[in-house]
Design a binder for this molecule. Sequence first.
Ligand SMILES: Nc1ncnc2c1ncn2[C@@H]1O[C@H](COP(=O)(O)OP(=O)(O)O)[C@@H](O)[C@H]1O
Ligand SMILES: [Mg+2]
Length: 198
Amino acid sequence: MEAIVSIRNSNIYIDKHLVLSDVTFDINKGEFIYLIGKTGTGKSSLLKTLYGELPLTDGEGEVGEFDLKKLKRKQIPFLRRKLGIVFQDFQLLTDRSVAENLIFVMKATGWKDKNKMKARIEEVLEKVGLSTKSFKMAYELSGGEQQRVAIARALINDPVLILADEPTGNLDPETSDNILTAAFRHQQIRKGHLDGDA
Ligand SMILES: Nc1ncnc2c1ncn2[C@@H]1O[C@H](COP(=O)(O)OP(=O)(O)O)[C@@H](O)[C@H]1O
Ligand SMILES: [Mg+2]
């Protein structure tokens, strides 16, 4: 098994406040893991540590080829390009269209070919069931639709790891199920268990 994430005996702090102590776990390629816990128990803080928002000071931590303990500020964008992140509050550009929200990230991560961008946008919107909404402004969407845009955005660069903070919290059970299934297939395709016919 190939570990994408490896955390060893880490303590996680917000400022000086200890949020989680002695955290140890691995995430292997293709694994699908839920982290469950009450509000305020440190789930978001743990994810923030994985994407470089909180520094790792104690123990050991690796995400892909990045050593979290040695992570320099200027490496953080490169770490994040390897990840698909779905933030709890979506962080969409609400005064831009769905497509523009995706284009914004694509430009920032090196996409240039307009036709390829268009094709990829259609592909990810299809995956989250938003094919017909690409011209809608983000503020015109329901909470659940905004969440799906955030998920589509996370899928854009076919990440090795998707980190999602309560990604289905605003969705009805059926949509939630569809999205989790899509994300699971994404992982299986990456793992090589399926042919990519999703
Ligand atoms: N910016 C912050 N400053 C100080 N304390 C915070 C901050 N963000 C979260 N906390 C505290 O850290 C703890 C863990 O929060 P969080 O990781 O957001 O938990 P969860 O995502 O499981 O609800 C909570 O006690 C919370 O009050
Ligand atoms: Mg949280």
